[in-house]
Design a protein around this ligand. Structure first.
Ligand SMILES: Nc1ncnc2c1ncn2[C@@H]1O[C@H](COP(=O)(O)OP(=O)(O)OP(=O)(O)O)[C@@H](O)[C@H]1O
Ligand SMILES: [Mg+2]
Length: 250
């Protein structure tokens, strides 16, 4: 008997990310690109969300906001009940370094550093001692199937392997929230499914996962799908279910 995702959905915890009416404008000389035009989203701990939508719809822009890597033009962002706009640099750094693991669409690996060094980086920021650092980075690289590529530099790796180094770097700190922008974009379908198994495991252990994908096959691993279009949320199945439930309760 096979279990569906719905059978293995864990009840979500308290709200961890609460954004209200977020906008983001990019000013390009005379032109203003309105990348986000008023997005509201509540994310609970231990949710597993797929963010979908056409190219240019604002997915990466939204992920950067959620990861506290960029600030919105307007709107409110509360992380763990605290207004992100009022946090100082140390508090923001603590969230970015400890709470959130980020997999970028473009990987953002250091080109002159080997896999091990790239994965150690967040641990350096977190002030972990060199020995523990090397141990944990090595183990995480083994977990993503790169135990035999510790000393390869990014240009000595395949696209999919680079992707996995980026994923190992996001996971090495044991972040409670994983933000992954097209994590399977460069992977063959077998490696992509292996990665999805890894994410499922993290989800079952209580982590929150938010991933951007174009692929329906990848999105079906998530328990909630948020679709963006032209900088706005076009649909959000979980929010829709909640609304129905609240009607039913009344
Ligand atoms: N740094 C920037 N400066 C100016 N415009 C930007 C910048 N980053 C993104 N944009 C614009 O904002 C819009 C949203 O971009 P974003 O990268 O969020 O899209 P996306 O949904 O992630 O697309 P894709 O699926 O292609 O990755 C696009 O029109 C893009 O050209
Ligand atoms: Mg993008």
């Amino acid at each position: 008997m096979s279990m569906t995702n719905a059978d293995m959905t864990r009840p979500p915890g308290p709200i961890v990310i609460d954004i209200e009416n977020i906008t983001k404008d990019y000013v390009m000389g005379e032109e203003i690109v309105r990348a986000l035009r008023g997005v509201s989203l509540q994310i609970h701990r231990n949710e597993y969300i797929a963010v979908m939508g056409p190219s240019g719809s604002g997915k990466s822009t939204l992920m950067n906001m959620l990861g506290c890597l960029d600030t919105p033009t307007s709107g409110r962002y509360e992380f763990n009940g605290r207004n992100v706009a009022e946090m100082n640099d140390d508090e923001l750094a603590a969230i970015r370094n400890r709470e959130i693991g980020f997999v970028f669409q473009t990987f953002n690996l250091l080109p002159r550093s080997d896999s091990l060094r790239n994965v150690e980086l967040p641990l350096i920021y977190a002030g972990i001692d060199p020995e523990t650092r090397a141990e944990r980075a090595t183990q995480t690289l083994i977990d993503v199937g790169l135990g035999d590529r510790l000393h390869h530099k990014p240009n000595e790796l395949s696209g999919g392997q680079r992707q996995r180094v980026a994923i190992a770097r996001a996971l090495v700190n044991n972040p409670s929230i994983i933000l992954a922008d097209e994590p399977t974009g460069n992977l063959d379908s077998k490696t992509g499914e292996e990665l999805m198994a890894l994410f499922e495991n993290l989800y079952q252990r209580g982590n929150t996962i938010i991933l951007v994908t174009h692929e329906a096959d990848i999105a079906r691993h998530a328990r909630r799908t948020v679709r963006l279009r032209d900088g706005l949320i076009e649909s959000d199945d979980f929010a829709a279910i909640r609304a129905l439930e609240s009607v039913a309760v009344r």
